[in-house]
Design a protein around this ligand. Structure first.
Ligand code: ATP
Ligand code: ZN
Length: 303
């Protein structure tokens, strides 16, 4: 009898991702790159995990934080903008945090920015004092205004925020920007970043302690591997035979050097580096005898 109120023990992990939209395809591809597969039902709400007990729920991105908070899903792939907005809204209503970002995923980059009419000369946040600012991110904007010590009216709109100044419902807007083209088309310019965002894997503040715990840590391990692989660089260069040992030492964190056929004494070499190569590092390699250095990104495309 007393057990009837206990949380149900679940042995399958459930991940919410966007059904349609910017994050839908890359989220699915990322999870597939982690070795997950599903019984296909792209146009339905639920995908049953086949390779592992990890199911997908396809929803609107706005619903993802709430699904995690309610325990309907264990994880979600959502923009930091959406996650932080709903977290700030909970805090402003006196509710405790219920979800948190677990990993940044390297796609869906955009910024939540304050934009003003093109003719404004922007001198800083104090210029927003006494204005009306239209946004779909009222909690994040309210929090930012408080941090800046600026008093302004937050006008909440669910869409088409960029036309608010022309309609006379606000002087400024606070909206997501990636290229800025939408703003320009509406004679607005971005002036101030409120939040830099990208897609994140989000989870509950309280991690599961049943069979899902093992699945979660395995998924995170695989995810880290896949995300790391995306940063890999293919490094190619030429070097004389007698320089190769020193160069290999400088590249100790990379995969063993591969020798390709070269000309005469000069070898053609290549290796895979685990992360970006700094200019400093490239110069070190040149001093050690690397010639014609070339760095290629080996991105695993998730789009
Ligand atoms: P849904 O139907 O799921 O509610 P939506 O219209 O809210 O879709 P999208 O436009 O697909 O959502 O954007 C989803 C997420 O993509 C955003 O919350 C943000 O994190 C990210 N994103 C990246 N670039 C942009 C951009 N230029 N404009 C808007 N969102 C962007
Ligand atoms: Zn949405």
């Amino acid at each position: 009898m007393s057990a009837s109120k206990a949380a149900p023990v679940r042995d399958r992990l459930r991940i919410a991702i966007q059904k349609n939209g910017r994050l839908a395809e890359p989220a699915r591809n990322l999870l597939a790159a982690c070795g997950l597969s599903w019984r296909e039902s792209r146009d339905k709400l639920f995908c049953y995990g086949e390779s592992l007990p990890v199911d997908l729920l396809l929803v609107r991105d706005d619903d993802i934080p709430g699904l995690i908070a309610d325990g309907v899903c264990d994880l979600g792939i959502v923009g930091r903008n959406e996650l932080d907005e709903q977290d700030a809204a909970r805090r402003q209503r006196g509710l405790p945090s219920a979800f948190q970002p677990l990993r940044a995923l390297g796609f869906g980059q955009c910024s939540l920015m304050l934009a003003v009419p093109e003719e404004w000369e922007w001198q800083g946040p104090a210029q927003a004092e006494g204005t009306r600012i239209a946004t779909s991110y009222p909690a994040l904007l309210t929090q930012w205004l408080q941090q800046q010590g600026v008093q302004a009216e937050v006008v909440e709109l669910s869409g088409s925020v960029e036309i608010a100044p022309r309609l006379g419902t606000a002087e400024l807007i606070c909206d997501l920007v990636s290229s800025g083209a939408t703003l320009r088309a509406n004679q607005l310019k971005p002036v101030q970043t409120v939040l830099d965002s990208e897609a994140v894997l989000a989870g509950a503040v309280l991690a599961p302690d049943d069979a899902r715990a093992g699945l979660l840590s395995m998924l995170l391990r695989r995810l880290d591997g896949v995300v790391q692989q995306q940063d890999r660089k293919l490094l190619m260069f030429r070097a004389e035979e007698n320089r190769v040992a020193a160069l290999a030492q400088l590249l100790a964190d990379a995969e063993p050097l591969v020798r390709l056929p070269g000309e005469g004494d000069v070898l053609q070499l290549q290796t895979m580096c685990p992360g970006p190569l700094s200019w400093q590092r490239m110069e070190e390699l040149e001093r050690a005898g690397a010639q014609g250095l070339m760095v290629l990104s080996v991105e695993r495309s998730l789009a």
